[in-house]
Design a protein around this ligand. Structure first.
Ligand code: NDP
Length: 454
């Protein structure tokens, strides 16, 4: 059967030769699906693997905008509408110079399985632009968002495609995007999630991915009779996901000793306290500064600049019990994984999407590390986006406690469906990678079978 997944991947690879991240994501999923396809040849006959790896639609468009000096810039915008078998397309928008078609297709592909795992009726999509918000004024970001939405608005809608935030797209950008959609469509509707509290947003949405990742980690530990209390944790990134991962870890009695951004990382052996976290939030969300300033503010911390020629990241070489990669894809390689294992890490929980390279994942699974893959562990964000859609439809707002309780129960459910699927299809006892891929796939595949060849 190993030949089957190889030949399916080869087929996808022939069609998408220049998209390494997309192929990496497809290969991991197809490998996990071998036992499922063996037991259900009807999926193969219906060409479900080939169809699930082909976006239903890709929109690519020009985004021209004018900077504060009157100069014209041209960026590229995208929306990948990957799969709508179980609901409207749903997934974030990323604004980052590294954005290209292959990266967005990997994210959209992952999103299909993640959304299925949440138990909510959401298909998968992703979009964004190679626009870099760093160093731009609020006015420039607004003009870019308006130009981006001037094209995107005709492809989305509350029952068609509901984008949200991702890297480089937070509350500020969602506000500008929503304002432009409302003006062009002439309707006030829940077409984006991550909206502001006063205009249709859900409580806990900003916190949801980070909190959800920590709830998932707590479930993995509880399944082994352990907890996060007193655990020393490494967190990478310092954006939305990292900040709320740290917040929940502190609340549950763990100690966080690292943070990073794309320029470097800080190590604070005395731990990131609530007060220090407030400094990080102001630094990153308010002043939009660099994480280096943390080490300038707190004498207990040291800062290490990124070395692009290094074969490992010093952040993953710090002694700890748990690691929460929460920045970006492929930020933790095989060497980093071995460093973590040698330094005593027993749990790795992916807040980011596909932050661990395939050899890193293999190391964790081989060494029996509790490993929560992103499509399960970071599904809390899209889950609360789904709850935001429900509240918009009901024209009603749940309390903070109500949303948090729903988030917790969704993460618990995702955890148990991963374990059940892994067991049913003969994967390792705690193989959350296989579990998440199989459980996410089955629901979408069955819906595709029911709906015929479309
Ligand atoms: P933010 O833009 O808020 O923060 C991203 C963080 O990662 C920043 O600290 C950024 O540093 C760092 N970073 C970005 N690119 C790189 C890079 N190439 N190398 C090193 N560091 C980098 O994004 P989010 O926190 O929202 O997203 C983080 C991850 O979580 C992404 O993988 C995203 O897809 C995933 N995710 C996010 C969800 C959400 O709800 N927001 C939901 C599910 C997954 P700098 O400040 O220098 O740019």
């Amino acid at each position: 059967m190993a030949d089957l997944s190889k030949s399916l991947v080869a087929e996808v690879s022939r069609k998408n030769p220049h998209e390494p991240e997309f192929l990496q994501a497809v290969e991991e999923v197809f490998e996990s699906l071998e036992p499922v396809l063996e037991r259900h040849p009807e999926y193969l006959a219906a060409r479900i693997p080939q169809r699930i790896a082909e976006p239903e639609r890709v929109v690519m468009f020009r985004v021209p905008w004018v900077d504060d000096q009157g100069e014209i810039h041209v960026n590229r915008g995208y929306r990948i509408e990957m799969n709508s078998a179980i609901g409207p397309y749903k997934g974030g928008l990323r604004f980052h110079p590294s954005v290209n078609l292959g990266i967005l297709k990997f994210l959209a592909f992952e999103q299909v399985f993640k959304n299925s795992l949440t138990t909510l009726p959401m298909g998968g999509g992703k979009g964004g632009s190679d626009f870099d918000p760093k160093g731009k004024s609020d006015q420039e970001v607004m003009r870019f968002c308006q130009a981006f939405m001037a094209e995107l608005y005709r492809h989305i809608g509350p029952n068609t495609d509901v984008p949200a935030g991702d890297i480089g797209v937070g509350g500020r950008e969602i506000g500008f995007l929503f304002g432009q959609y409302k003006k062009l469509a002439n309707e006030f509707t829940g077409v984006l999630t991550g909206k502001g509290r006063n205009w249709g947003g859900s409580l806990i949405r900003p916190e949801a991915t980070g909190y959800g990742s920590v709830y998932f980690a707590a479930e993995m530990l509880a399944a082994k009779g352990d907890s996060l209390e007193g655990k020393r944790c490494l967190v990478s990134g310092s954006g939305n996901v990292a900040q709320f991962t740290v917040e929940k870890l502190i609340e549950l009695g763990a100690e966080v000793v690292t943070l990073s951004d794309s320029s470097g990382c800080v190590h604070d052996p005395e731990g990131v306290t609530t007060e220090k976290l407030e400094f990080v939030k102001e630094l990153k969300n308010g002043r939009r500064g660099r994480i280096r300033e943390y080490a300038e503010e707190y004498a207990s911390a040291t800062y290490t600049e990124v070395d692009p020629s290094a074969d490992h990241d010093p952040l993953w070489a710090v002694e700890a019990d748990c690691a929460f990669p929460s920045a970006t894809q492929n930020e933790l390689n095989g060497r980093d994984a071995r460093n973590l294992v040698e330094n005593g890490v027993k749990l790795v929980c992916e807040g980011a999407n596909m932050p661990t390279t395939p050899d890193g994942v293999e190391t964790f699974l081989e060494k029996g590390i509790l490993f929560g893959p992103g499509k399960a562990a970071n599904a809390g964000g899209v889950a609360v986006s789904g709850l935001e859609m429900s509240q918009n439809s009901l024209r009603y707002a749940w309390t903070r406690e109500e949303v948090d309780a729903k988030l917790k129960s969704i993460m618990r459910e995702i955890h148990s469906s991963c374990l059940e699927a892994a067991k049913e299809y003969g994967a390792g006892e705690h193989d959350y990678v296989a579990g998440a891929n199989v459980a996410g796939f089955r629901k979408v595949a069955d819906a595709m079978m029911d709906q015929g060849v479309v």
